[in-house]
Design a protein. Sequence first.
Length: 529
Amino acid sequence: MATESDFLVIGSGIAGLSFALRAAEHGSVIILTKKASSESATNYAQGGIAAVISPEDSFEAHLDDTQRAGAGLCREEVVRFVVERGPEAVASLIELGIQFDQDESPSGYDLGREGGHSRRRVLHAADFTGQEIERGLLAHCEAHPRIELSANELAVDLATSPKLGLPGPARVVGAYALDAELGAVEAYQAPIVFLATGGCGKVYLYTSNPDIASGDGIAMAYRAGASIANMEFIQFHPTCLYHPEARSFLISEAVRGEGAVLRNRSGEAFMRRYHKSADLAARDIVARSIDFELKRSGDDCVYLDCTAMDPSFVRSRFPNIYARCVEYGIDMTKEPLPVVPAAHYVCGGVVTDLHGETDLRNLFAAGEVACTGLHGANRLASNSLLEGVVFARAAAEEAVRRIQVRPEKLPPMPDWDPGDATDPTEAVLVNANWDEIRRFMWNYVGIVRSDKRLARAARRIHILHNEIREYYWNFKLTPDLVELRNLATVAELIIACAQARRESRGLHYTLDHPKPAPGPARDTLLRLD
Ligand code: FAD
Ligand code: SIN
């Protein structure tokens, strides 16, 4: 029998937890999360959360910076919506006891600076910002009597009304989830489902993202019939530590914001050659410039030089980064850090409106899984945590109104049908496919693309996806198999969007169409027929 609640939340990062706290004021909430409760991209965020707090800043300036980064594809009403709700969203976090670094400035907060921002507007907790936000939100959710948080529950697929034999337009009625410890698939029924599963960095060989980022929510929503947009806009963070044991540990953009300089092996501060804002140009420009430098020189990495900065400032402002680098034998106050770009953020995702609702009724989404129109073709640094809170709050408001004004009585959801599935497939097959996808996505659908590379990637993903589909239905589900299937779907969506965009814009740069197309910019939309 299905477990019922008023609201079903999938994911426990900033978006899922923010939604849960608001919705729980009006009904019961179940949060499913696939690993430990705090395991999320949110927990690793370093730089901070952007909002107009300083009297020297303005909504217009934040709007302009966001739109300039977005390369003509941001939706202005959405940018305005998020920017203007920024201060109250940040205040809601502070009310929960989340602590951002303070100082004597008129705003009272030590505001950081990052690439593409014309002002200091990034609230942070040293360089542990995400951990502090996750801690605060989680503590409140865990203590809330109407919130039940289920860890190690991996959502496998959404359930829609035709499954219950209900007439009318399709709407979401719940989800199936795999209990990773028991190996059993359980049904969760709710009139509202909130998708907050984060991004898909694991589709690339090198990524700053934690392992949870396998694009599950995007794949599930696509299979259920929701529209997906702009998946070609994958943001590569310019500076991940280049070290065999570091697994793409991020070196925050805030380090450049405070004065660090990128240099090539001969010591040249090369960013001046590429853009007038040099090291503080928007992220797509910096990542692409590093890529050009590496291809030109044949070197493995470039260097982030912090040695001219005051060492005690570096240690107190970036304690997390400093300590991690020391673990790897590098003292960043004395020697430059070897860095490379890595996949960091997906600007596309499940299309949502100003209430955070998708075009599949009763399915809401926010955070990195969603494509709201805020980021356009390139996200401005530190705008994603902000977007996650603002849209989670807006979605909760609408979802609560929905169940209060027009509650629908649903017949019970059927149990999961495992068909003739036998014991799990050989792990070696899953690992080999997983590895192959991530490698060709890095090589063919990376920072610089071409028609030929994309066509090759499309051929590979087509073959692999068919292979995965085949054994997906023949074998009992395991978390790895579920994630592999989602990864393949997401790779397919990224490639399809990239092939459809026959221009270079923001994060999508292709050698065959190196300029933006004339006329108004358009979204790339995909929907399963
Ligand atoms: P997440 O925080 O990623 O949470 C997703 C949740 O969904 C997790 O709990 C996960 O386990 C769960 N989940 C996923 N799939 C399933 C499934 N199938 N079933 C059940 N649960 C599932 N942005 C900023 O604005 N400022 C920063 O300083 C910043 N720094 C960053 C640093 C790093 C290293 C990284 C990786 C990202 C950074 N970002 C930053 C981006 C930002 O952290 C993310 O975009 C944001 O935290 C996403 O929040 P979210 O709630 O959408 O998803
Ligand atoms: C960083 O600290 O550089 C990451 C900020 C972001 O991704 O917004």
